[in-house]
Design a protein. Structure first.
Lengths: 705, 275
């Protein structure tokens, strides 16, 4: 098993090298044999990586402790699903998983050469093979998971107790799928520059990859936040920890990219900005890996450390240098086709949205790396939540309002009167919510009122937009129940985006409520005595000892009473993981009684030896469930946006006709005046004719740039 | 010192007094009987030690030359909503002169009766005053070298079990025994030894004994029901363990989405050109 594993890892390296050479040769010479070999090489790399991952999983499930990795990350008593999850709980295993996912994406990219990107595709494949080669080299030479121990232990050390949570079964996998997924738009962006075709074709082709990577990252961040909420036991879900930040930064830049790509798509603007955004997304995800895995920064999430830091720094430097060179060298190709004509236009809105998102990503990066910079100058400085909240709070608030107003803006120019008309009802809802928040809660704060008001504005605008569009279909004779479904089926991108906005509004409500109205009580309770929080009393009823999968645990029995009525039993616990208790102490496991209005969250802090007194940390987190609901609604929206269109889109004219349909809809909704509509329509028709002509002549690429 | 002064088991004595709550109720009578029986049943050597070897007098405590030779807490739970405690304390004074005896009640305990136990178990009269902190002061000082046994009965209101008996240990205590009915209450104590079960007055009592206890401001006994009443179908929230339903639901949803996306995907137009 050991030898086979090592051979398979080396095979990935060899296959990646072959793919790189063959794809490079094909990009330079255009010889078909290169393409064939590159495809075979890509598939071989994936097959070998699959075999290596399979072997490591088998070794984990079969308790093969002669492997260092298995001995360090698994133990006999662990349930099977945590044994599988041990694949990504340690450094070398997670690098192998990364490599496997990367080779999977490589095969998907190599499988087909779409006509729209056929000129840049060989370069993209070459770059992708280069990236895969780097990861394969890391796996083989630096962090090989198939290294053996000199003395085989009877049992393994087991997975870090903090990782034994269902969230950890999903979170790393999703984050890795996202980070590796961002490789696709990254290589196509650079390939577009290398192939001297930085038009819209590359990001149209990679849109699905980008949206799916974004959705994976959203799920990953949510699952990570849920894990932190359940396991770290401080009552919160986001602590602006360096590792948390490292997942947020690429999410912010990817979100910016998904919006600004539309500006390039519709108006031929922001070409260089889009390129830089997607490269920044990729680089920031690598920075995340660097932070998580190199031990550069202390983090509650940094569970594996290794000497990969220098390798990563060199790789990052190479990526940045190549990008800067290409952008500078091809800057004449990156000139925009149009200028912004009005501040009251969708492209202006997207531009501001981009500036805010990128600014936020930068401030998070600065705050995250500042301790490192300070250390260089011999000072130890920690940048904590107050900095991030103070800087990002207003930025996020502005983004919320922009998200609300964005769908009401038309391309080129929006009629102010029309915008005002469409904002009347949502603004009324917003003001009503803000006043209610300020009046309802005596200690109501403006931040909370603005947050809830912004969320209400998003909900009102988005729902009204969807309602108006459905109503228009109903007026044309479609049954009322069918109209919204048809709307989503026919325009999944647009309405998927709207659903993402709805999810964001719900998430904002949850975040604002927990930020402003959460309560906490730290209390030592005698047996039979109670503590009060909100309208709940919690009665300490004693301790019990239990054992699960060889892990002794102490549970506290806490009776919850609401308005004098018994409503539930909460059982927070402390677990004593035999192989970790000496170094980590017992691990807290919180008990949460949650519903849509609040989470009652209890942490068992400790107890007297006789059990007559136990210490509890009790949190009452209002509307915390809305954070998760909102997040998963966002994911559902992105899945809808990814849903295959009814008809296959292959050529650029298909996209242009879709734009025309959207333009007609915006005009019918009164978002723009007739002059703007006619001018935009003429422009799109002209592009469609040109595209069809090119198609007829056998030319590729996209002439819209 | 609180103004409440009691004279119990001696009606009509003193104007500032009020009557106690009357004769002990049935369980308390039973507990008193148990105590007397227990004295007879105690190992002779232990009794001899208690009698012959007076404990060291306390320092820094009220009545610095006093100590507790032995003490019994007999805890019964016969009625829902209340735990009854019979507390028998033998206090011994050092040779440094008379001192007032201070007896602690449990926090939030309601005193039912307090009396000085006379010879042969007969109750004697005594005048007590109660301080704010729940301490009961016997107004008749204990002469140097003398020994006196007190019998206190009080009730802890406990709408539900478990409940914690909290009180100080005022004097150095040679031996303290906590007795509970074996099939009713389980005492949670730290540093006490389980002396097993004795059947006294028809009741099986489990005895936990602690020796040489120093004065502390807060001494606790948790009283936990041996057979707790089942919670009336209350939902129980435990930490998430293993694979939750949510995990499987999310996995199923993702699989369904993937299958749907693949199944609904239209075939590409054959426009790809190989070189």
């Amino acid at each position: 098993m050991v030898l086979a594993g090592k051979v398979l890892a080396a095979a990935v390296l060899a296959a990646a090298a072959v793919t790189l050479a063959a794809a490079g040769s094909y990009a330079l010479t255009g010889r078909p044999s290169g393409l064939k070999v590159a495809r075979i090489g890509a598939f071989a790399a994936w097959a070998a990586a699959t075999g290596a991952v399979g072997l490591l999983v088998a070794a984990l499930l079969l308790d093969r402790f002669e492997l260092l990795y298995v001995a360090a990350n698994s133990e006999r008593a662990m349930p099977w699903y945590y044994k599988v999850a041990a694949l990504w709980s340690g450094q070398s295993g997670s690098l192998l998983l990364w490599l496997w996912l990367l080779t999977g994406y490589l095969v998907l990219v190599a499988r087909r050469r779409p006509p729209a990107v056929r000129h840049i595709w060989p370069w993209a494949l070459t770059l992708f093979a280069g990236v895969t080669l780097f990861w394969a080299a890391l796996t083989v030479f630096v962090e090989n998971p198939f290294r053996v121990t000199s003395v085989v232990p009877v049992d393994g050390r087991g997975m870090n107790p903090l990782l034994r949570h269902p969230g950890m079964l999903i979170h790393p996998l999703m984050v890795y799928l996202a980070y590796t997924g961002f490789t696709v738009p990254f290589v196509f962006a650079l390939a577009a520059l290398m192939g001297r075709r930085p038009d819209t074709a590359w990001f149209r082709y990679t849109r699905r990859w980008t949206v799916s990577a974004w959705a994976f990252l959203t799920v990953g961040i949510l699952a990570g936040a849920q894990w932190a909420y359940d396991v770290l036991g401080w009552g919160g879900y986001w602590g602006w920890d360096p590792v948390e930040n490292s997942s947020l930064m690429p999410w912010l830049t990817a979100t910016a990219f998904l919006h600004s790509a539309m500006v390039q798509e519709k108006r031929g603007m922001l070409k260089n900005w889009n390129l830089l955004l997607i490269v920044a997304t990729y680089v920031l995800s690598l920075v995340g890996i660097l932070i998580t895995r190199s031990g550069l920064l202390a983090s509650v999430h940094a569970f594996a450390q290794s000497p990969i830091g220098p390798w990563f720094i060199v790789y990052l430097a190479l990526v940045c240098a190549l990008t800067v060179y290409l952008v500078l060298d091809r800057r004449h190709l990156l000139q925009g086709r149009h200028q912004i004509e009005s501040y009251l236009s969708r492209e202006s809105g997207f531009l501001v949205n981009n500036l805010l998102l990128a600014g936020s990503a930068f401030t998070v990066l600065w705050g995250t790396l500042f301790p490192l910079a300070a250390r260089v100058f011999g000072r130890e400085i920690n940048v904590g939540a107050p900095y991030f909240n103070r800087v990002n709070g207003p930025v996020f608030l502005a983004l919320v309002f922009l998200t609300a107003v964005g769908p009401l803006l038309a391309w080129r120019r929006t009629q102010a009167a029309s915008l005002g008309r469409r904002l009347v009802i949502p603004a009324f809802v917003m003001i009503h919510v803000m006043v209610s928040v300020l009046v309802w809660y005596r200690d109501g704060q403006w931040g909370a009122a603005l947050g809830f008001g912004g969320a209400a504005l998003i909900l009102a605008v988005t729902l009204l937009e969807m309602f108006n569009a459905a109503a228009a279909r109903v007026r044309q004779g479609e049954p009322w129940w069918r109209a919204p479904i048809r709307l989503m089926v026919l325009q999944p991108r647009r309405y998927g985006g709207y659903i993402v906005h709805l999810g964001l509004a719900l998430l904002v409500m949850g975040v604002v409520a927990t930020q402003y109205y959460a309560r906490q009580v730290d209390v030592g309770l005698l047996l039979g005595r109670e503590a009060q929080i909100g309208r709940y009393s919690l009665v300490y009823q004693g301790l019990t000892e239990e054992e699960h999968h060889g892990v002794p645990s102490v549970y506290a029995e806490v009776l919850v009473r609401e308005d004098g009525r018994d409503v539930a039993i909460l059982r927070p616990a402390r677990r004593f993981y035999p192989r970790h208790v000496d170094t980590m102490g017992p691990v807290s496991e919180v008990a949460v009684m949650g519903n849509l209005s609040r989470d009652l969250y209890v942490v068992l802090g400790g107890w007297e030896p006789d059990g007559t007194v136990a210490a509890f940390q009790i949190h009452l987190n209002p509307m915390a469930a809305w954070i998760w609901i909102g997040g998963y609604v966002m994911v559902a929206g992105s899945v809808l946006a990814l849903w295959p269109e009814r008809r296959p889109w292959q050529g650029e004219e298909d996209y242009i006709f879709a734009d025309l349909a959207e333009l007609d809809q915006d005009f019918a909704a009164g978002k723009m005046d007739e002059e703007t509509y006619r001018s935009l329509r003429a422009e799109l028709l002209e592009q469609a004719v040109a595209a069809l002509r090119r198609q007829k002549d056998g030319g590729g690429g996209d002439g819209r740039g | 010192m609180a103004a409440v002064v009691m004279a119990v088991a001696d009606p009509g004595r003193g104007r500032r007094t009020r009557r106690g709550l009357g004769r002990a109720t049935h369980p308390l009578q039973a507990a008193a009987a148990i105590f007397l029986a227990l004295l007879l049943l105690l190992p002779p050597a232990a009794v001899a030690r208690m009698q012959d070897d007076p404990p060291p007098a306390g320092e820094g405590a009220p009545g610095g030359n006093l100590a507790v030779a032995n003490e019994f807490l007999i805890v019964t739970y016969d009625r829902v909503g209340a735990v009854d405690v019979l507390n028998l304390v033998t206090v011994a004074a050092g040779s440094e002169g008379a001192a007032q005896v201070v007896l602690p009640l449990a926090e939030e305990g309601v005193l039912l009766s307090a009396e000085v136990a006379g010879p042969e178990g007969t109750a004697g009269a005594g005048e007590f005053s109660q301080e704010d902190g729940g301490l009961l002061v016997h107004n008749e000082p204990l002469p140097g070298g003398a020994q006196r046994t007190y019998r206190l009965q009080y009730r802890l209101l406990a709408p539900r079990l478990p409940v914690t008996l909290v009180r100080p240990i005022v004097y150095p205590t040679r031996q303290l025994a906590v007795m509970t009915e074996d099939d009713v209450l389980e005492p949670w104590l730290d540093g006490f030894t389980d002396e097993g079960i004795s059947s006294l007055a028809g009741r099986p009592l489990r005895t936990f004994v602690g020796t040489d206890l120093a004065p502390v401001e807060e001494w606790r006994v948790g009283l936990v029901p041996v057979n707790p009443e089942p919670a009336p179908d209350l939902p129980v929230y435990t930490p998430r363990q293993g694979l939750t339903g949510f995990f499987w639901a999310a996995l199923a949803a993702m699989a369904a989405a993937a299958i749907g996306a693949l199944a609904g995907r239209p075939k590409a137009r054959p426009r790809e050109e190989e070189p």
